[in-house]
Design a protein around this ligand. Structure first.
Ligand SMILES: [Mn+2]
Length: 415
């Protein structure tokens, strides 16, 4: 007779991730970011212990770099020891960020830790303390950073397995923004006849199907602005090949947010300040008491554009907001606010007028074609590029903003 069992599915912990590109001068923010990946791993372990799960699976990328720091390895081991004391087994695959051929400090891991083979799909029968079989786990890790083989197609459930779980680090369905490693399709996964696929590599949680259950857990901690929203791990209960319960439990220590504010109905800078504060309040509400980092884009056609495009008004509004939000507890870092607003004049009317204003609009509209825009900007900025090297730019956006700024000045003179 089998019994029901419970496990935690996590992946992509990326211990020691450097949070590149975060503009954080504040010491509190820096400290919290350095701690964040470790804090998230700690929470995963605490959840495993508190919920008395039978085991934990980690679908790759425990560490951020192949040549992982000894500090990261020591801390990881201490978490494994905590799980060993609670009699919780840990089954891991190597991912592209921590392949088996990377640096290892050679630390002895406790006996509860098992890495799957990197040369073949390994099958492990998981038993409880009384020797009763709970399920069969199947996994294969990355031997080197770049794995272009379809690993999923090698998995196959053995006859007689009451419950089978696949553990794999892979890009399912050629997802953009992630390396195309261990590429496979949903059909490859289905063909293996597993009951649950514990996947890693994609950093946001994904639910790719229910029959069988195919899940990415995502990273327990969001690692960059694109990894916004709640991050956590799955706690899964299974019995005789069926998932009877699954819960996504939040584990992130710092949360990312991306927001867009339409300033179309606003009349003055005060309205804008209020809207920015409201957005920060909303992010706090969605962060569940955690510190948070937010990036905001302002969009819309508005009267406010003229005031915030002038001098340092915009920068000062953002600077004040940032200071105010950082001082509060928990802190909220307003990491970036982009002004993507447009002035409130009637382009359709102005376009028809036979004067310089009309010429300007017609000229810039001819540059809406990306190739034309690039050619024009290369011509205008060729000298700058030569002197300083070509910088990354959104040509169409730059042209639109230059047009709006010129129109604002021109129309003001008419008033
Ligand atoms: Mn990863």
């Amino acid at each position: 007779m089998s019994r029901s069992f419970k496990f935690v599915h996590t992946a992509d912990i990326h211990l020691d991730a450097p949070f590149v590109g975060v503009n954080a001068k504040d010491a509190r923010v820096q400290e919290e970011l350095i701690r964040a990946t470790y804090a998230a791993l700690d929470r995963v372990a605490t959840i495993a212990v508190e919920r008395q799960v039978d085991f934990v699976v980690v679908a790759g990328d425990i560490y951020n770099t192949k040549d992982k720091s000894t500090r990261a390895q020591l801390r990881f081991r201490s978490v494994m020891q905590r799980l060993a004391e609670a009699n919780i087994g840990v089954y891991l695959v190597h991912g592209n960020h921590d392949p088996a051929n990377g640096y290892s400090a050679g630390l002895d891991m406790p006996d509860n830790v098992h890495y799957f083979s990197t040369t073949k799909v390994e099958r492990i029968e998981v038993k409880d303390a009384s020797g009763q079989t709970l399920c069969a786990l199947y996994g294969q890790g990355f031997g080197t950073a770049v794995v272009t083989d379809n690993l999923a197609s090698r998995f196959s459930r053995q006859a007689g397995d009451e419950t089978a779980i696949g553990v794999l680090h892979a890009n399912v369905g050629g997802q953009q923004g992630y390396e195309p490693y261990a590429p496979c399709s949903l059909q490859d996964l289905r063909n293996a006849k597993m009951d649950y696929w514990a996947l890693g590599h994609i950093h946001k949680k994904q639910d790719l199907g229910d029959s069988p259950k195919i899940r990415y857990s995502g990273s327990p901690q969001g690692l960059n602005p694109k990894e916004d929203g709640a991050h956590g791990c799955w706690v899964v209960t299974m019995n005789r090949g069926e998932v009877t319960e699954e819960e996504f439990v939040e584990t992130d220590a710092v949360r990312w947010h991306q927001a867009t504010i339409d300033v179309g109905q606003m009349n003055n800078v005060d309205d804008l300040v209020d809207a920015l504060r409201d957005e920060c309040t909303r992010c706090r509400g969605e962060s569940g008491g955690r510190p948070a980092i937010v990036r905001i884009d302002l969009v819309g056609r508005t009267e406010v554009n003229a005031s915030i495009s002038r001098g340092s008004t915009f920068d000062e509004v953002v600077e004040e907001l940032r200071r105010e939000q950082l001082e509060a507890t928990p802190w909220l870092l307003v990491e970036r606010v982009r002004n993507r607003t447009h002035p409130a004049f009637d382009i359709d009317f102005l376009r028809e007028v036979e004067d310089f204003t009309g010429d300007l609009i017609r000229f810039t509209e001819a540059l809406e074609d990306p190739t034309a825009a690039k050619e024009f900007m290369d011509e205008v900025l060729g000298g700058v590029d030569k002197a300083f090297g070509e910088f990354e730019r959104d040509e169409a956006e730059l042209i639109r903003r230059a047009r709006d700024l010129s129109l604002s000045r021109l129309l003001e003179e008419d008033r």
